[in-house]
Design a protein around this ligand. Structure first.
Ligand code: DHB
Ligand code: FE
Length: 282
């Protein structure tokens, strides 16, 4: 039985990766943001997960608006990081945990989630940036294999918050029923509040972000009950990416311990930060 050792929610803003590529980590604009992830990196180095299940959205890079799956799952052995226009990134390819991924596919379908199955696909900043924030930049290879789960938060209608919570419950049971002995961490990515388009472009809601970071561990039900419109109004049209943290949270026990949090705003045009959760029984 594989073991879920923790859940981590984090921002995935592309300029975070660009800042690292350009050596801006320790500049006054960026240092407070990156320093906030040092304790999480130490936790991960100690906890030594084998596999990261990464729930994120593609941003028109692997899928464009001609074909947008609501839910897709990578079952590949390897995922290349997409160059999104700033140049090729000096990060290794991501090695896939294909056997666990096929098991997740089977268990999702068994529980009436029907993902698009991707044998070959590339991954954009939605996966690249959280991986680097959590694991640092490896010289040769990432310390974990990945299972990428792509959620549509780009093309309306996006899935409901409750649906993502239920997906988390399926992932939780699927991890528990996997006969391997891997240690699994689940990453929910996106957010925090931001809006990149329309008359409200530049919108950030710091109070809502701080509440989210404090409450997603102990008190997630209020966020399950919110509608998609509520997310867009509260967190902005792109801040609605936060629904993907619900799949992470829904995979965890009802009672969790919030191990650490970090919040910083603005990073690019977003409220940014992270939450790390452990099951109380762990
Ligand atoms: C930005 C934030 C995102 O979440 C994203 O996917 C793309 C851009 C930004 O603030 O620049
Ligand atoms: Fe995004």
């Amino acid at each position: 039985m594989a073991r879920l050792i923790g859940g981590l929610g984090t921002s995935h803003v592309p300029s975070i990766g660009v800042a690292l590529d350009r050596g801006l980590r320790d500049t006054p604009d960026w240092k407070p943001f990156f320093d906030g992830y040092i304790p999480a990196q130490a936790w991960v180095a100690e906890a030594k997960p084998d596999i990261a299940i990464v729930i994120f959205n593609d941003h028109g890079n692997a899928f464009f608006l001609d074909q947008v799956p609501t839910l897709a799952l990578g079952v590949a052995d390897r995922y290349r990081p997409i160059d999104e226009g700033w140049g090729p990134r000096a990060i290794p390819d991501f090695v896939g945990a294909a056997d666990l991924a096929w098991h997740l596919a089977d268990q999702m379908v068994e529980r009436h989630f029907d993902p698009m199955i991707c044998r070959e696909i590339e991954v954009d900043h939605g996966l690249q940036v959280p991986m680097e924030l959590v694991f640092g930049r490896p010289e040769q290879a990432w310390p974990v294999k990945v299972v990428p789960i792509f959620v549509n938060t780009i093309q309306y209608p996006i899935p409901t918050p409750e649906r993502l919570w239920q997906l988390g419950a399926v992932l939780r049971d699927a991890i528990a029923s996997w006969p391997g002995d891997e240690r699994v961490i689940i990453l929910g990515t996106g957010g925090l509040s931001h809006q990149l388009q329309g008359s409200r472009a530049g919108f950030i809601n710091q109070q809502a972000d701080r509440d989210w970071i404090a409450q997603i561990g102990p008190n997630p039900d209020r966020y399950r009950r919110m509608s998609r419109q509520d997310y867009i109004e509260t967190f902005g049209s792109e801040g609605a990416e936060l629904i993907m943290w619900l799949a992470m949270r829904g995979a965890m026990d009802a009672e969790v311990r919030t191990v650490m949090t970090h919040y910083f705003a603005p990073a690019s045009m977003t409220g940014a930060g992270m939450v790390l959760l452990e099951n109380l029984g762990a």
